[in-house]
Design a protein around this ligand. Structure first.
Ligand code: F6P
Length: 362
């Protein structure tokens, strides 16, 4: 029987539990053995791994967070950590690992996969595994399912958790709107997303915000204050009692300096004399149960991930499960990681045109 493990890694995202549930049950459906790795890569290198049963994941669809835990593991970024992780997988007889996480976690998975032959050779040379184990574990199948509220992974239209976070943000902005209207106030709403502006952009559309700041189209460092104040003033001149400015946590100006909620607060207060408050939504955005869309996506991608593992050959590239124009697909994990990195590098190099065109070709 094949032994397949699943793990969640990086920031938790609503829908991860649905994904794990679907993966575990599909593994059992195919008459293989499911394992979970607790606490992400940290658990992998400490051997926090357990075989699970069908009923262990019962009722997981409606649960928020990730019930198998996650951690950001600096130790796994080091080779010694990865050697330890490989040793643990082999000891449990595991030959495939499905990782649900964001771009950082999937990059880690890709490094692990590419180093696998060297890692197991070292384990053999240092007598940590037997010749028989070495022969049986020549290949580690890796498959990624993308779970992140940021929606920042190349090659997929949506990551598991992004729509739940967006829903939570919209609900919070609606609450804030009521109090803002009562006092005729301005609010600066800071949303998560790391270096990606998807949550801020979609919040802007969904809540009809007055102005947004996102990393992908950096505002002019010289004129953004004036431009924002012009727009806000126009809206106020039409008797609008509230002002909502949404800022992505990674928002930058074209000189690459961050545009922060307090910069915006100061500008609205000093230039327009608006009574302004800042609401940083923080981890509320990641909490709570997943919206139906994320549950469906997580289930469909979980089933596909197991199928991909079972159909893979020693020479086939590691897949990532994506959704494109509403269809579940398999794409190359290496290529998706490469594209995601290129976007970040283009932004760092101030080549915003290239960053945008890379995002479009995804
Ligand atoms: O990647 C998901 C995310 O929520 C980002 O939006 C945010 O920048 C980061 O994680 C917060 O990380 P932590 O939970 O470690 O504070």
């Amino acid at each position: 029987k094949r032994c397949i493990a699943v793990m969640t890694s990086g920031g938790d995202a609503p829908g991860m539990n649905s994904n794990v549930r679907a993966i575990v049950r599909t593994i059992i459906f195919h008459n293989c053995k499911p394992f979970v790795v607790y606490e992400g890569y940290e658990g992998l290198l400490h051997g926090n791994i357990k075989e699970v049963l069908w009923e262990d994941v019962r009722d997981w669809n409606a649960m928020g967070g990730t019930l198998i835990g996650t951690a950001r593991s600096p130790d796994f970024k080091r080779r010694e950590g990865r050697i330890q992780g490989a040793h643990n997988l082999i000891n449990f007889g595991i030959d495939a690992l499905i990782v649900c996480g964001g771009d950082g976690s999937l990059t880690g998975a890709d490094i692990f996969r590419s180093e696998w032959p060297d890692l197991i050779k070292e384990l053999l040379d240092t007598n940590k595994i037997t010749e028989e184990q070495y022969k049986r574990h020549q290949h580690l199948n890796i498959c990624g399912t993308v779970g992140s509220i940021d929606n920042d992974m190349s090659s997929t239209d949506t990551t598991i958790g992004a729509y739940s976070a967006l829903d939570r943000i919209c609900e919070a902005v609606d609450y804030v709107e009521a109090t803002a209207k009562s006092h005729s106030r301005a609010f600066v709403i800071e949303v998560m997303g790391r270096n990606c502006g998807w949550l801020a952009l979609m919040t802007g559309i969904s809540t009809a915000a007055d102005y947004i700041f996102i990393p992908e189209t950096p505002a002019s460092s010289e004129t953004w204050r004036e431009e924002m104040c012009d727009t806000v003033s126009k809206h106020r001149a039409r008797n609008k009692r509230t002002t909502m400015v949404v800022v992505a946590e990674g928002a930058i100006a074209d000189d690459l300096k961050p545009i922060t909620a307090s910069d915006i607060h100061e500008t609205l207060t000093k230039r327009l004399g608006l009574d302004t408050r800042i609401t940083t939504l923080g981890h509320v955005q990641r909490g709570g149960s997943a919206v139906a869309y994320d549950r469906i996506l997580a289930n469909l991608q979980g089933v596909e991930a197991v199928n991909a593992v079972l159909e893979s050959t020693p020479t086939s590239p590691s897949p990532i499960i994506t959704v494109n124009e509403n269809k579940i697909n398999r794409k190359s994990l290496v290529e998706s990681v490469r594209l995601t990195k290129s976007v970040a590098e283009a932004i760092k190099a101030k080549d915003f045109k290239k960053a945008m065109s890379l995002r479009e070709t995804e």
